[in-house]
Structures are given as C-alpha cells and as structure tokens.
Design a protein around this ligand. Structure first.
Ligand code: LLP
Length: 383
C-alpha cells in the first residue's frame, strides 16, 4: 500500500539530510486541518486531546494555543499538560489504576477525574469533579488490543453499576458531572459508536439529567466524523448534557511521517528490504499488525514484493509485509505514513537504540522539535 505524503519529496530529503534518520516529521498544516475537521463535525463540543497519541511539547503547545484541553493517564502526562500551561478545567485525569501521585497532581490543578471503579469515590481528593466511565460491553470492528469497550476489558464499570457510582460520588461530596465512554481505537464505523452511546443514553431513567457526556476518542483515520458527532449529540440530548470528546490519533496521525533510510536488501526465499527504523521506532506493525502506507522517495527500478524489516534482533521486527516497491539502493529514503500517532510516543530504547529525532514543517521551514537521544542518555539513570 502506498500513499502520497503531504509534503514535496525534496522537503523530506532536506529534513533527512539535516536531522538524520530515523526521523519523525510532522506537517503543521495537516495538524491544523485535522483539528478543523473535528471542530466542523463536533461544533460546540469541548475537545480534550488524548496526549498519549503524541505528547511532544511543541505539538501539545500548539493544540493548547488553539484552545484544546488534554486527557492524561499518568503523572507524567499531567506534568506535560501543566508544562504547556493547561489549567485544571482543561485537564482530564483518566486511568484504571490511578496512583496517589496522579490524584494529588489532578487535585492541585483542579482537573476532572474519570472514575473507573466505585472505590474511587473514596480515593478521590475531597470535592473532586468526576465522570464515570462506562464499559458498554460491545464488540467493535478493530484489533483486540484496541477494543477497550469490549466485554471483559478492564475499563470502566458496567452500565448497570454506573448510576450507583454516580450516587456514591455525590454522597462522598464530589461533583459527578456525567458519564464517559471510550470503546476502543482506530474504529471507523459510526454505527459502532452509535451503539455504545445509545447504551449510555438508555441509562437516563436511572441517572436523571447530567451536565456532561464524554464520548471519548477512538476515531480511525477516515472515520465518519459527522456521523459519530450526530450519534454523540443525540445521546447527550437524552441527558440534557454537553458533549466532550477525547481524540488522540485523529488529530495527529496523518500529519506524521517516519523517514527511514534503506540499509540494503537480501533474498533468502523472501525479499527483504532492510531499513534503519524498525520496532523500536514504530511498534504498531509488530504489536497490532498495523498497516502504514509506504512511499518510496527514490526513482524506482523494477517493482517487486518486499518485507520491510528493521535492524532489531527479533524476527517480528517488520515495518510491513508483502509490499510492492521499486528496487532501492542503500541510502534511499522511505516514508512511512500516518505515523504521527502512537509512533514516536511508543518508540523505545530497547537495544540501547536512542529514540529518533522529530521535526516540524511550519511556515515553509523545518524546525527540530526533539533532538535525537544519545546512547549515554539512554543509560544515564543507571547507577
Ligand atoms: N480516550 C481514552 C479514554 C483512551 O483510552 C484513548 C486511547 C483515547 C481517548 C484516544 O484514542 P484515539 O482517538 O487515539 O484512538 N497504541 C494504540 C492505541 C491505544 C489507544 C489507547 N487509548 C495504537 O497504536 O493504535
């Protein structure tokens, strides 16, 4: 599968020359366009970016400047949100097993907590604002690892338990704003979302009116945003509630590209195209079988079918399988598309591979927004 990245080829070459590879690059215009699409579809809804998708400070500062809040799932993420000037009113603290540190940081900022189990009514700092996460126990069309709203997932309380948890929060002196649902990630069908939201709306008789219905994120690239928004408004209407949303991937994926250089090729019954990036830079193909569009940035020889493999000593270290690409030469540049979400964010230092650099294309120029780590930084905390 190939697709054209949004920037001219020459600019990708310039970035790779200047900053080295593997390199994550982002197109600011596409970041802005994604937010505009969300706002066009969801109108008045409040937007909390799930910053796990890409927590780079430059990117989240841009979103902050555009009036976007943050959904945070760790003390580290709360600290990032605070670092770019987010106030409590624009921070959600979420997670199935929050630490004391996370409760304290959220309380200090006046954040809203997303409660994942009834016991949290006793664990929340006094006078907290809270939403109750409901697991609608529906099967949705995505990878098993990404189906958080499926029966048996660890997230949220059952629909039957939710009204009681709202009551428990109020009895403990907290402000229970409403309900929260997030059914999974990389979901395209508005009907999947509609079924989940309707499950929550069905609780109206037991909850009474609510201030907020937070419908989470999970929108796959190419998802029917207007359709999802319609379903959200309809469900929120049942409660007289306003809609909150928590997109992660949708806001950043398209804007990001992983640039990797071809190291060489080899033929052992299968054709391998070896690259200087692999599972340590982009884990999604290995972890979820994710398919990222590949664009060869070289003038091609004859096309062949390749497995694109990284440098790690693991046989699962593949960026793609069975893709058709022209014969490359060592040093040629390959663009791995739709890599702005959960790419750099999930890169790791396994094999003492320093995490890649990141650069932003904005106003007709490249700007480094994260320099490449050094091996010394990878082991710096060891004693
Ligand atoms: N809200 C909640 C409560 C979430 O758990 C998540 C993602 C989001 C919002 C944002 O979901 P998004 O709009 O990005 O789909 N590492 C995986 C994705 C894991 C998502 C976890 N939760 C991947 O690479 O596909």
């Amino acid at each position: 599968m190939t697709a054209s990245p949004s920037l001219p080829r020459a600019e990708f070459h310039a970035a790779a020359e200047r900053f080295g590879t593997p390199l994550y690059v982002y197109d600011a215009a596409e970041l802005d366009a994604a937010l505009a699409r969300v706002r066009a579809a969801f109108g008045e809804a409040r937007v909390f970016y799930a910053l796990k998708a890409n927590p780079n400070l430059t990117l989240i500062a841009r979103l902050r400047a555009a009036g976007v809040g943050f959904e945070c799932v760790s003390a580290g993420e709360i600290a990032r949100a605070e670092h770019v000037g987010a106030e409590g009113g624009s921070i959600l603290v979420n997670g199935p097993a929050k630490s004391r540190e996370e409760y304290e940081a959220g309380a200090r900022l006046g954040a809203t907590f997303i409660v994942d189990r009834e016991e949290e009514a006793r664990l929340l700092p006094p006078g907290s604002r809270a939403l109750v996460r409901v697991n609608p126990a529906l099967s949705v069309s995505t990878h098993d690892h990404l189906a958080t709203g499926a029966a048996g997932s660890k997230f949220g309380v059952t629909p039957e338990q939710a009204p009681g948890v709202l009551r428990a929060l109020r009895e403990a002196g907290h402000t229970a704003l409403g309900l929260h649902v997030h059914i999974g990630s990389a979901i395209r069908l508005a009907t999947d979302f509609g079924a989940a939201f309707a499950r929550l709306a069905g609780l109206r008789a037991h909850t009474g009116e609510l201030e907020v219905l937070d419908v989470g994120g999970g929108w796959g690239l190419g998802a029917d945003l207007p359709g999802i928004a319609r379903e959200a408004r309809e469900a929120a209407g049942a409660f007289g509630a306003e809609v909150w949303v928590e997109p992660g991937r949708y806001l950043v994926a398209r804007a990001g590209t992983l640039l990797t250089r071809v190291v060489g090729t080899k033929r052992t019954g299968r054709n391998f195209l070896l690259t200087d990036a692999g599972m340590t830079e982009l884990l999604r193909p290995m972890l979820y079988g994710a398919v990222h569009p590949l664009t060869p940035l070289w003038d091609g020889g004859a096309e062949e079918t390749w497995d694109v493999a990284g440098p790690a000593c693991e046989s699962g270290d593949l960026l793609a399988r069975d893709v058709t690409l022209p014969l490359p030469h060592p040093g040629d540049l390959l663009a791995v598309g739709d890599a702005g979400a959960y790419g750099a964010a999930m890169s790791g230092t396994y094999l003492t591979r320093p995490r890649p650099a990141e650069a932003l294309w904005e106003g007709g120029e490249w700007r480094l927004i994260r320099r490449r780590e050094t091996p010394q930084e990878v082991w710096a905390a060891e004693v």
